[in-house]
Design a protein around this ligand. Structure first.
Ligand code: HMG
Ligand code: MG
Length: 302
């Protein structure tokens, strides 16, 4: 197998990782943590979310965080925005790119953003228009691409349809979300067969949650299909508050162990990611699920 020479990882811990946390992480700690991540060699960080604070209280300080983080010129800073109001707040605060989001399944879309799929397109179309006026790159997240926690199986055709609309409206790239971490590699194959017959592989990012421990196997399958961009969260922190039972994203630490072991460059220093994982683990006073982190901390690691 010919692996790519380089894989680009986006660190979503400060957004996806923290959004479901019951423990409030003070703004100064979030800022210190993001500064550590900025210093790890990672090329993109999703630093917070400009949604309604009532919906995601853990990230209600997005503006303060965005203003206080030390911007590393080598890092692309993005944030999640659900609508033009969120985009405006994000633009005032400072973003290099915006991440919009919707689901491939109707019920998850309604639970997550309080709208039908059909009613979501004009809202996101407006965000795309405004973001383009401001010269910002826009990533479109499509959630529940394999299974919906409310409806069950989602077909590749449903996913392709949503991707088509987002690309037509100007999205620069799409991140496909296994929101509840249910997929196995054969589902990844089926989905990528369909998606990559419509869109180029460099426009597709995979976003695996690791609820059932399948994320690393699914990343391997995606690599075999030529996908070379993945979202991950330091230590494996995270989950979606509107997807019952969903666990964190695949841990950046574990993905680095895999990719570096395969001889693939990421530009990221594993020890710095380990430090950042320990930092947030201490603040949250709970053990994060990353296996590589646990091994390193046990003293058997480097
Ligand atoms: P809504 O209640 O339908 O919104 O929520 P609305 O447009 O009717 O407005 C209601 C009030 O909210 C108004 O205030 C608005 O101004 C205000 P009022 O006039 O009543 O005082 N409002 C806002 N305030 C601050 N920032 C905003 C904003 N927008 C409206 N941006 C909305 C609709 C989309 C806003 C809401 O449903 C929401 O915030 N949802 C966010 C849910 C969320 O963050 N989910 C988790 C992230 S997605 C995810 O994790 C999946 C992903 O990781 C991929 C994967 O894993 O699959 C990306
Ligand atoms: Mg997610």
């Amino acid at each position: 197998m010919q692996w790519p020479k380089y894989v680009q990882l986006k660190e979503v811990g400060p957004r996806d990782g923290l959004q479901n946390e019951k423990t409030w992480v003070p703004t100064a700690d979030k800022v210190a943590w993001i500064n550590k991540l900025s210093d790890s060699g990672v090329k993109e960080i999703e630093y917070s979310s400009f949604v309604h604070p009532k919906w995601i209280p853990a990230l209600s300080d997005a503006r303060e965080v965005g203003r206080k983080i030390k911007r590393n010129p080598n890092v692309f800073y993005s944030a999640l925005v659900p609508n033009v109001k969120g985009l405006q707040h994000a633009l005032e605060t400072g973003i290099d790119g915006a991440s919009i989001f919707m689901s491939a399944s109707e019920t998850h879309n309604r639970k997550n953003i309080n709208k039908s799929i059909a009613d979501t397109y004009p809202v996101l179309g407006e965000v795309l228009h405004e973001a383009k006026q401001a010269n910002k790159r826009v990533t479109g997240y499509v959630s529940t691409v394999f299974d919906c926690p409310f409806e069950g199986k989602v077909t590749p055709e449903q996913v392709v349809r949503v991707c088509e609309r987002l690309f037509e409206n100007g999205a620069d790239e799409i991140s496909l979300g296994d929101t509840i971490g249910s997929a196995v590699p054969s589902q990844v194959e089926q989905l990528l067969e369909a998606v990559l017959s419509h869109f180029p592989e460099d426009k597709i990012i995979m976003h695996f949650h690791n609820t059932r421990g399948m994320a690393i196997a699914n990343i391997m399958t995606s690599l075999q299909y030529g996908v070379s961009r993945f979202d991950c969260s330091v230590g494996g922190l995270g989950g979606c508050p509107y997807a019952p039972g969903a666990a964190g994203n695949v841990a950046t630490n574990d993905v680095l162990y895999l990719l570096h072991g395969l001889g693939i460059d990421t530009g990221i220093q594993e020890n710095k990611i380990q430090e950042a994982a320990l930092f947030i683990q201490n603040k949250l006073q709970k053990e994060l699920p990353s296996k590589s982190l646990a091994y390193a901390v046990s003293g058997k690691g480097s």
